[in-house]
Design a binder for this molecule. Structure first.
Ligand SMILES: Cc1cc2nc3c(=O)[nH]c(=O)nc-3n(C[C@H](O)[C@H](O)[C@H](O)COP(=O)(O)O)c2cc1C
Length: 183
């Protein structure tokens, strides 16, 4: 796929087909994510690739019910975490760990799209509960969980009406004038 097509194909879908989660796939996705830029090349992103049925169930239990309903069909959940001291803090107090980790996560989701997989990031989960399930250090911030599965046109029966609509229609985007200026 051409770059532009990958970007346009990426969607936060909620209907998943089963997918094989090999170590080669995981290393490939992580390899692309790891090429993201970061402040002073600190590479603050950390990923836990959760594929065992037991761990998937324990992690899905930390999700908001509206997310758990569809996410329980996922074959892989990528827990994305970081902490402030893994990245730059500028002398005037600007922290960059969430920004840099977000960029790496975007790279990972685009790499998944290129492989005809869906990677759906969520904020609707309990980060402290997720941190405990994953046995992460006390200071770790679980920033997002990327819910992953194979792409399918078969709509999950777990979806509400607005979610079914979003499976086929990309949620609207702002116009250029609403988010960009040229000076
Ligand atoms: C930080 C972040 C948090 C999100 N949290 C949720 C969530 O909790 N549940 C959900 O269904 N979608 C969640 N999404 C997905 C967005 O709703 C989705 O990206 C947006 O509607 C645009 O749709 P698209 O990604 O298909 O283009 C989240 C996305 C991001 C980036």
């Amino acid at each position: 796929m051409e770059f532009r097509e990958v970007v346009e194909q990426r969607r936060s879908l909620r209907s998943f087909a089963p997918m094989e989660v090999s170590e080669a796939l995981i290393r490939d996705l992580a390899g692309v994510a790891g090429l993201a830029p970061s402040c002073s090349n600190k590479q603050p992103w950390r990923f836990v690739f959760v594929r065992s049925v037991e761990m998937l169930q324990r992690l899905v239990a930390t999700l908001a019910p509206g997310n758990a309903a569809w996410a329980k069909q996922a074959s892989l959940v990528v827990a994305v975490w970081s902490q402030a001291d893994l990245d730059c803090r500028t002398p005037d107090g600007r922290d960059y760990y969430q920004f840099d980790t977000g960029m790496a996560s975007a790279f990972l989701m685009l790499a998944a799209t290129e492989k005809h997989l869906t990677g759906h990031p969520i904020a609707g989960f309990d980060p402290e509960a997720a941190r405990q399930v994953l046995a992460l250090p006390a200071g770790a911030r679980v920033i997002t969980l990327i819910i992953m599965g194979g792409h399918t046109h078969e709509i999950s029966p777990a979806l509400a009406a607005w979610q079914i609509k979003a499976e086929t229609e990309r949620p609207a985007r702002m116009r250029f004038e609403d988010f960009a200026t040229i000076v």
